[in-house]
Design a protein around this ligand. Structure first.
Ligand code: ATP
Ligand code: MG
Length: 346
């Protein structure tokens, strides 16, 4: 989710075009051209001409001439697809001042929020429906059959667990949005790697996956939010076990980098892999390669988005490579020391 802050009102200091009485451009700020340019900046001057020729903009200018000030109009110009440009006019003496803004990012943010709410509602509705159906089946007679009763109660418990996990993940997502609060400390990665192993060893054994942890004893201590980093490694190793068929292997390999400033954490599996078309999207919230399979694995598709937010909050990087039916590797690079001046909340 975007972390910028927006002001919905056009700000008068950037994106200004001055017109004379005959509506000819007599001046403009750099911001006006930038508002109408793509990155890297291409010529926005041509777009400015097209903008001024728009009937809606002409109407705004006429309104300012008549009343001193106009309403703000929003245009979806044909000459600049998928963009929203906002224009307001103000009369100053015998000149008209236009405020020009690209509001595309505001609309994008709005639609991202709508998608997020729609996804959350969908994810909540699915287990709730399953719980209601199981309860109805019990009421309608399954209660009297020992086997059926056990089955439906089991379903209710499983779906309630799923709801709990979803709500916990949503709380983490909400916390990581904007500026996450990190509780920094210095600690040894070896202890952390051991904890990840003991948390997931039983799980790996049940899945008949060989879990290997590699972490040299002379690893430098790292400055990070220990709980958050543990969450990252558990999410990645848990995924690796989940998406690796029986008799496969999962390795967590932690090592210092040659630059002396960063460490590398690799999570390698010999699992089902991720198709190239899905690979760029797996860090998006709620994205799952195979939604049907996720019903079985119980995932909601938030784990990797949380992982990425945490790594980036630590000024680190995460990169994934994968080959279908061969396996997946996640490489995390983390600085040993956080840059000075960053908030370290304890
Ligand atoms: P959650 O983590 O929220 O419980 P999840 O595990 O399905 O659910 P993510 O961890 O965000 O969600 O992963 C997103 C998707 O990326 C997964 O559903 C899966 O399709 C794919 N994926 C992630 N890790 C691997 C992996 N090691 N091997 C193959 N596919 C993977
Ligand atoms: Mg996951």
């Amino acid at each position: 989710m975007a972390k910028e802050e927006f002001s919905l009102k056009p700000r008068l200091y950037d994106g200004i075009v001055v017109l004379d009485d005959a509506n000819k451009v007599v001046g403009q700020t750099r911001g006006a051209i930038q508002s109408l340019s793509d990155m890297p900046i291409e010529d926005g001057a041509e777009r400015l001409e097209k903008l001024l020729a728009e009937p809606q903009v002409q109407a705004v200018i006429a309104e300012a001439k008549a009343k001193g000030e106009s309403q703000t109009v929003e245009l979806l110009p044909e000459w600049w697809p998928e963009r929203t440009v906002a224009v307001t006019a103000l009369r100053e003496g015998n000149q008209t001042i236009l405020s020009v803004h690209d509001w595309t990012h505001i609309y994008k943010l709005g639609s991202m929020q709508q998608d997020f709410v729609a996804n959350v509602s969908h994810e909540l509705r699915t287990p709730l429906t399953a719980i209601r159906m199981a309860a109805e089946s019990l009421q309608m007679g399954a209660m009297r059959d020992d086997r059926m009763r056990a089955k439906f109660l089991n379903n209710i418990q499983g779906e309630a667990d799923r709801l709990t996990r979803l709500v916990n993940e949503l709380l983490t997502v909400a916390n990581l949005m904007g500026r996450p609060v990190l509780h920094m400390s210095r600690f040894e990665l070896q202890g952390l790697a051991d904890e990840v192993e003991s948390t997931l060893l039983h799980h790996a054994k049940l899945a008949n996956v060989n879990l290997v942890i590699k972490c040299p004893e002379d690893m430098p201590a790292i400055e990070a939010d220990r709980d958050r980093l543990q969450q990252v490694l558990i999410n990645l190793v848990d995924n690796a076990i989940k998406f690796t068929p029986a008799s496969g292997a999962v390795t967590l390999d932690v090592s210092p980098n040659d630059d002396g400033r960063t460490v590398l954490c690799k999570v390698i599996d010999s699992g089902i892999g991720i198709p190239p078309i899905d690979l760029p999207r797996i860090f998006e919230r709620f994205y799952r390669v195979d939604k049907a399979r996720s019903r079985v694995t119980g995932g909601v598709g938030l784990g990797l988005s949380i992982v990425k937010d945490i790594i980036e909050a630590h000024h680190g990087k995460i990169v994934v490579t994968s080959e279908v039916n061969k396996g997946t590797t996640f490489n995390i690079t983390l600085p040993i020391k956080q840059p000075a001046g960053e908030p370290a909340v304890v």
